[in-house]
Ligand binder design. Structure first.
Ligand SMILES: NC(=O)c1ccc[n+]([C@@H]2O[C@H](COP(=O)([O-])OP(=O)(O)OC[C@H]3O[C@@H](n4cnc5c(N)ncnc54)[C@H](O)[C@@H]3O)[C@@H](O)[C@H]2O)c1
Length: 367
């Protein structure tokens, strides 16, 4: 088991990473003195698999426990769901001290964190992330949000959890596609910050895909350390440091938008985005062809796509200019100068982006 401290002064918290640790959850939560009543937000699928274990662990330490189920879809990240869950909390919360537990993937984590940030101007919450993506990324760092019809994550707050509790044993029930999707973020950490992690995935990809707990614990632990360090230095994405976490996400988001969030999962789109950013890095002579090939190989070997298919390249280019992280009309890309070395560059000429996308789609003339 690994305990990673995320240092943010009074808002510091621990990230616990281990295997089969749910039974010890109660004692960790008890020490935090968050209150007597645990309000667990989850969905039916996660509840059926892990609800009872979490219930027992919290009951054993004397907590009152109430579950709230929301639908298992991105649509649960809405103002409407947040509003109805908040009303329910109001009915439950008579006089005792209540805290929220997010039990699920990124959808549950973002929604529960958002609700915790607004109810009574903020109550404590803890994250029990159950997807790989949530354990290595969305569960850590306090970005909470719901979506609007106009776009994803448009309403939210930076609001840090009091504990992140990642039991890698729960990843065994993920579908292979969900696991691969989360692996895209792990590969991202290796590329931007951690050569050792990158090499570990190269060597141990079979153990990871075979859900060997020691391998999962290593990649989740290592990724959590990187995310924690970046968040510590730039909690609210104001200093440009947190920006490097967007490696692969500029084009990745543009692909997701262009195909209407269907066809590619987030991780698959990010994998293609990382390859496009690596192509741009190669065009600018930041990296050589060997580094690009290593990145392509690792992405292919874990089963993620390496070619953009059935998406309009013009659509992707248009969508990338609407990225909310761009400054004015300037585009901004996270590029690499080698494995483990990310840099942020602005104003990349359209010609270079176009040719990177053409390379990645196997097409050489845009329609
Ligand atoms: N806050 C952040 O910093 C941040 C970062 C990245 C992504 N996100 C958000 O995260 C969301 C995506 O998260 P996600 O990929 O975890 O998707 P998700 O939460 O929709 O979970 C994916 C599916 O896996 C199921 N599931 C969860 N745990 C499981 C388990 N242990 N076994 C079997 N099935 C399980 C869920 O019920 C769901 O059907 C998006 O809304 C995205 O915007 C937030």
């Amino acid at each position: 088991m690994k305990i990673i401290k995320l240092n943010l002064g009074k808002r510091s918290y621990n990230i616990i990473v281990g295997k089969n640790i749910i039974k010890s959850l109660g004692s960790y939560v008890y020490r935090l003195n968050l209150g007597s009543d645990a309000y667990i937000i989850t969905n039916k699928s996660v509840m059926d698999k892990y609800g009872m274990a979490v219930y027992r662990a919290l009951k054993q330490s004397g907590f009152n426990v109430r579950f709230k189920l929301v639908a298992d879809t991105e649509e649960s990240k809405s103002i409407e769901t947040a509003s109805s869950v908040t009303e329910d909390i109001g009915r439950f919360d008579k006089k005792k001290k209540i805290f929220i537990v997010a039990l699920g993937g990124g959808v549950i984590g973002d929604l529960a964190g958002f609700i915790a940030s607004i109810y009574k101007r903020g109550i404590p919450y803890i994250q029990i992330p159950t997807t790989l993506l949530a354990q290595v990324d969305s569960g850590i760092g306090g970005k909470t949000a719901v979506d609007l019809r106009q776009g994803k994550n448009l309403v939210g707050a930076f609001y840090q959890p009091r504990l992140v509790f990642s039991d890698v044993a729960v990843l065994k029930t993920l579908s292979p596609r969900q696991l691969q999707s989360g692996l895209a973020e792990v590969i991202k950490y290796g590329i931007i910050k951690d050569t050792r992690l990158f090499e570990y995935i190269e060597r141990k990809h079979q153990d990871i895909l075979g859900l060997k707990e020691s391998a999962l614990e290593f990649i989740v632990g290592r990724s959590s350390v990187i995310k924690a360090k970046v968040v510590e230095r730039d909690e609210k994405e104001e200093k440009g440091i947190r920006t490097i976490l967007n490696f692969g996400h500029t084009i990745g988001h543009a692909i997701e938008t262009t195909c209407g969030y269907r066809g590619y999962t987030h991780g698959e789109a990010v994998a293609l985005g990382m390859l496009a950013a690596s192509e741009v890095s190669k065009s600018l002579k930041f990296i050589g062809v060997n580094t690009l090939n290593r990145i392509e190989d690792i992405i292919r070997i874990v089963g993620l796509p390496t070619r953009i298919k059935r998406v309009s390249l013009d659509g992707i280019i248009e969508a990338h200019y609407r990225d909310k992280k761009f400054i004015g009309a300037k585009n901004r890309f996270v590029l690499i100068k080698g494995i483990g070395r990310a840099v942020v560059e602005e104003n990349i000429p359209l010609k270079i982006i176009r040719s990177a996308l053409e390379e990645r789609s196997g097409r050489h003339a845009l329609k």
